[in-house]
Design a protein around this ligand. Structure first.
Ligand SMILES: NC(=O)c1ccc[n+]([C@@H]2O[C@H](COP(=O)([O-])OP(=O)(O)OC[C@H]3O[C@@H](n4cnc5c(N)ncnc54)[C@H](OP(=O)(O)O)[C@@H]3O)[C@@H](O)[C@H]2O)c1
Length: 332
């Protein structure tokens, strides 16, 4: 089941599930907006249900193997959907970048998920899960790192309505890892420069941690974790006139380019992994669908509420994403 199937990201997820040979039920709160998705997918079942009635939600999800939640702000949708999924024995995945959502899912649903024998997997997406997988792969089986840096570079950011609503709703102080524990990001957020691979090159950045901080803290033993974003796309985001993304290829992807650099240090051992691709919304679909496929076919750890690199073999997942994400081999 894809909840929020009417949204920009939800549509990419539906297409990717179909490409992978799965048959999603399209779910969401609005019959009208769901119906607008279906001309291309007229054979798929629709399910209209809000997140505020647990009984209806349980009945809607019953029979699904997994729920992929694409309806954000996730502060409003994640806990009721994940709880209902666990209660009927379905796996739950979402694409949240919001730190407090991941914290709550880990705190409230780890025990119930273990008892039910299912996995709750928040942040299986561009923001959050991709950095978690890259860091896990760079550490190569050892959970310890003295220092981890994650630097995301975007050439542009055309935000969706969901991104704008989520930014407005998610006002909690962001967290980093300092001295081995979660701690508030300094105010004002520290700035600097980062040397991205070409064509990005050296750019001004600001510390802007997303859900990867909470997922990494879940399963890795990290002394310091700092996450950066280049400042140019933040200007796009702050400008109310910046349009939503528009399709520029046959898959519906925009021309937006991204790079995600990860540097991990353990003593004198420094490893850097760079990844690159196109359209942060579109690329979220293969990431979360790869997770759903592995939860359904048994290639996962658990049960429980887990981080992506904890649930799966991170290197194997990244290799499977090769159609959409170029990952440069670790450079020492
Ligand atoms: N972590 C990442 O890298 C990543 C990547 C992509 C997206 N996201 C996040 O995913 C979310 C969706 O993004 P989008 O680009 O798909 O936005 P969008 O096109 O605006 O779609 C939002 C979707 O969420 C649904 N929705 C919102 N609030 C809801 C609620 N309270 N109850 C039920 N449904 C609700 C909407 O339903 P209606 O059509 O009925 O309004 C719609 O289906 C945002 O939070 C975005 O930040 C994160």
């Amino acid at each position: 089941m894809v909840y929020g199937a009417s949204g920009h990201t939800g549509r990419f997820v539906v297409d990717e599930l179909l490409r992978r040979g799965l048959t999603p039920v399209l779910a969401g709160r609005s019959a009208e907006r769901l119906a607008a998705v279906t001309p291309q997918h007229a054979a798929l079942d629709l399910c209209v249900v809000g997140v505020d009635d647990p009984d209806l939600l349980r009945r809607a999800i019953a029979g699904a193997g997994a729920v992929v939640n694409c309806a954000g702000p996730f502060l409003d949708t994640a806990v009721p959907l994940a709880r209902a999924a666990v209660e009927v024995g379905a796996h739950y995945l979402d694409v949240t970048a919001e730190q407090p959502v991941v914290t709550r899912l880990y705190r409230e649903l780890d025990g119930p998920a273990r008892e039910a024998g299912v996995v709750v997997l928040p942040a299986m997406a561009f923001y959050g899960g991709l950095a978690d997988l890259l860091v896990t792969a760079a550490l190569d089986g050892d959970p310890r790192a003295d220092e981890v840096e994650v630097a995301i570079g975007l050439d542009r950011w055309w935000p969706t309505d969901g991104t704008r609503a989520t930014g407005a709703r998610n006002t909690a102080t962001r967290q980093v890892i300092r001295d081995g524990v979660l701690a508030p990001l300094a105010d004002p957020a520290p700035t600097g420069t980062w040397s991205y691979p070409e064509p990005f090159g050296e750019q001004p950045v600001v510390q802007l941690p997303f859900s990867e901080v909470i997922t990494i803290d879940r399963h890795l033993d990290v002394g310091e974790l700092r996450s950066y974003l280049n400042t140019a796309p933040l200007d796009d985001l702050r400008d109310a006139a910046t349009p939503a993304p528009s399709a520029a290829d046959e898959r519906g992807r925009s021309t937006q380019q991204f790079v995600v650099d990860v540097v991990v240090r353990r003593g004198c051992d420094i490893r850097r992994v760079s990844s690159a691709g196109r359209d942060i919304y579109a690329v979220t679909a293969p990431i979360v669908v790869e997770g759903a496929v592995r939860l359904l076919d048994g290639r996962h750890h658990g049960p429980g509420a887990l981080a992506p690199g904890e649930a799966f073999d991170a290197g194997d997942v990244l290799a499977a994403l090769g159609r959409d994400i170029d990952v440069a081999a670790p450079l020492r």
